[in-house]
Design a protein around this ligand. Sequence first.
Ligand SMILES: [Zn+2]
Length: 94
Amino acid sequence: MFKQFSMKRNPIYERCPSCSQPNTLHRSRARSLKENIIKKFTFFKLYRCKNCGWRGYISTLKFTKTNFRYFLFYIGLVLLVILIVRKVLEIVVR
Ligand SMILES: [Zn+2]
């Protein structure tokens, strides 16, 4: 059940954005510092197509309607917790 809401995906099993061929993508090494930074700090990873030579970033996060709702729910929950903590702290300080 929980797997259904997973936002992770593996673009290796998806079609190439350029030639639309399935199973041609593989991970590409970062060539510059900028590529390394993007790779490390974002959800985008470098991929290369064996078929057409396309190279670029693909997000490893998948936003479907279901997990987007979950995502909003979690943000709402976090905000609620922050509000409660602030209220509690106000009471404690007084
Ligand atoms: Zn391709």
